[in-house]
Design a protein around this ligand. Structure first.
Ligand SMILES: NC(=O)c1ccc[n+]([C@@H]2O[C@H](COP(=O)([O-])OP(=O)(O)OC[C@H]3O[C@@H](n4cnc5c(N)ncnc54)[C@H](O)[C@@H]3O)[C@@H](O)[C@H]2O)c1
Length: 266
């Protein structure tokens, strides 16, 4: 189950967190992985920790740059002959309300969380299409949305808006590619609160909003919204991404996999 033998994957924002764990599990499942990120030193370290040059390499990738995407896709093609899987994982958090956020912050948030997903998808299509010809289940794109892309957010409305965009972009891209006969499946994953750098940023932001600056208390509040009784860890999400990218999800496209400890079941 969930094997990725012979497949080549490009994961954005994979220097740490969910992306890094996804890279690790994909290599374990038999894939060769390009780790793209703006954090160059950490990205190289992550690639080294995951495997040898034959299975995991780092490539600088700012998802807002067309040039960087072309270089990253080019690296996968030059090294391993093409691309079977794209994971649009890079993202940023903005814990500000509508009235507090500046236009500059809004533009940056949209550039990373929305433009990054559009650019990656658009520029990876030729390579994904080509490799799909040789695979009965085609190629796969997995987009990192969020539970905040399924329902509105009292606390982080702008972040939520970008993730809502990713949710519907996923469905529309799936439909467009199916209509065109490209054989590229496109699905999204919707994590609850996951203990990563970004998870920590949400606790800090909430502690500030409560007015106490008590980050542990904010963490406890977040935990209490997860019926399963714990917060998520990167591997909870990475396993879902590997599944969606694998041929075991061969009949899934335009779908959203919710991995949130029951948060949105309430
Ligand atoms: N942690 C959570 O609670 C949570 C919940 C729901 C969804 N998500 C989503 O999961 C994804 C991964 O988040 P994470 O929790 O691992 O966060 P993280 O902050 O640990 O990792 C995000 C990675 O994206 C990279 N990145 C940021 N801007 C970039 C850019 N312009 N170009 C390339 N890389 C860039 C960062 O350097 C970092 O390595 C994000 O899209 C996030 O929105 C996270």
């Amino acid at each position: 189950m969930n094997r990725l033998d012979g497949k080549v994957a490009l994961i954005s924002g994979a220097a740490r967190g969910i992306g890094a764990e996804t890279a690790r599990l994909m290599v374990e499942a038999g894939a060769r992985v390009v780790i793209g990120d703006i954090l160059e030193e950490l990205g190289r370290e992550t690639a080294r920790a995951i495997g040898t040059d034959a299975s995991a390499v780092f490539q600088r990738l700012d998802v807002t740059s067309e040039e960087d995407w072309n270089a990253a896709i080019g690296a996968a093609t030059a090294r391993w002959g093409g691309l079977d899987i794209l994971v649009n994982n890079a993202g940023m958090f903005l814990g500000k309300g509508i009235e507090e956020a500046s236009l500059e912050e809004w533009h940056r948030l949209c550039a990373v969380n929305l433009t990054g997903v559009f650019l990656g998808t658009k520029l990876a299509v030729p390579s994904l299409r080509e490799r799909a010809k040789a695979n009965p289940h085609g190629s796969a794109i997995v987009n990192l949305a969020s539970v905040a892309g399924l329902v509105g957010s009292q606390l982080d409305p702008l972040y939520s808006m970008t993730k809502g965009g990713v949710t519907l972009f996923t469905k529309s891209a799936a439909l467009e590619f199916a209509r065109k006969g490209y054989r590229i499946r496109v699905n999204s994953i919707h994590p609850g609160v996951i203990q990563t750098d970004m998870g920590q940023q949400t606790f800090v932001s909430r502690a500030r909003k409560i007015g106490t600056n008590d980050v542990d208390a904010a963490r406890q509040i977040a935990l209490s919204t997860h019926p399963i009784g714990r917060l998520g860890v990167p591997t909870d999400i990475a396993k879902g991404i590997v599944f969606l990218a694998s041929d075991d999800a061969g009949f899934m496209t335009g779908a959203g996999l919710v991995v949130d400890g029951g948060l949105t079941a309430q």
